[in-house]
Design a binder for this molecule. Structure first.
Ligand code: URA
Length: 212
C-alpha cells in the first residue's frame, strides 16, 4: 500500500473510502477482480458482520455474501429478524475475490487491513459477528493453530478503534453448507449473538407474524 494512500485512508469518510477502494491496486487481485466488494450498509447499525472474502457472485455484483453462502448468512440473520444493511453492516476481511476462491494470503490481508480498520472506525460497532477463520484472525488475533470450535460459543473482548466491544464468532456459512451437522452450533452462536446485542442495548425489531 503506497504511504500516501495509507495516510488518506486514515481520515476518509465512508463515501470517500468506498470510492478510493474502487481504485485500490495494492495487490495482484486488482487485475483479476470485476468489482471491489466494499460493504453492504453504511454507518448507523451497531452490529457489524465480518466474513472472509468475496466469491464469484460477490465479485460480479459488487456486494458481499450474495452467493450460496450469502443466502445461508441471510437466513441466519433473518432468524434474529436482522435485515442486512438495515440492522447490520456486512463486509469482508478482503475486498476483492481471491482467484479460484483460494484462501486469502497474508500480504492481501495486510493490504486490505487498511480499508478494514478505517471501516470499523467509521462504523463504530457495538457488537461484532465474526464468520469464519479469517474474520476471527483479523479481529481477535488468536495466534497460530487456533480452532473455530474453541473460539465459538463464547463472547470475546475485541479491540476496535480503541474501544473494547463484544464479538461472537461462528463457522463460515460455506463450511456449514458442507457440514450441515454443525448448523446446530451456529444456531447456538446466533442465540448468543442475540443475547449480546440485547446486553449492548441494540434493539431487535419484533418479528411480524408470517403464518397468516
Ligand atoms: N464468503 C465470504 O466470506 N464473503 C462473501 O462475501 C462471500 C462468501
Amino acid at each position: 500500500m503506497p504511504e500516501d494512500l495509507a495516510q488518506k485512508i486514515l481520515t476518509a469518510d465512508w463515501e470517500t473510502l468506498a470510492k478510493m477502494a474502487e481504485d485500490c491496486r495494492c495487490c495482484a487481485m486488482a487485475s483479476t477482480r470485476q468489482h471491489v466488494v466494499f460493504a453492504q450498509g453504511a454507518p448507523g447499525p451497531k452490529l457489524v458482520v465480518i466474513g472472509e472474502a468475496p466469491g464469484a457472485e460477490e465479485d460480479l455484483q459488487g456486494l458481499p455474501f450474495v452467493g450460496k453462502s450469502g443466502q445461508l448468512l441471510t437466513a441466519m440473520l433473518d432468524a434474529l429478524n436482522i435485515v442486512r444493511g438495515r440492522d447490520a453492516v456486512v463486509l469482508n476481511v478482503l475486498k476483492c475475490r481471491p482467484p479460484r476462491n483460494r484462501n486469502p494470503e497474508p500480504a492481501e490481508i495486510t493490504c486490505c487491513g487498511h480499508w478494514l480498520r478505517r471501516q470499523l472506525e467509521l462504523l463504530a460497532p457495538d457488537v461484532l459477528f465474526l464468520v469464519g477463520r479469517f474474520a476471527i484472525e483479523a479481529v481477535l488475533h488468536p495466534g497460530e493453530g487456533f480452532s473455530i470450535g474453541r473460539m465459538r460459543g463464547r463472547v470475546h473482548d475485541a479491540e476496535v478503534a480503541g474501544r473494547r466491544i463484544p464479538a461472537v464468532a461462528t463457522y463460515h456459512p460455506s463450511y456449514l453448507l458442507r457440514s450441515p451437522d454443525e448448523k446446530a452450533k451456529a444456531w447456538e452462536d446466533l442465540v448468543l449473538l442475540r443475547h449480546v446485542m440485547t446486553e449492548a442495548g441494540i434493539a431487535l425489531a419484533p418479528r411480524e407474524k408470517r403464518w397468516n
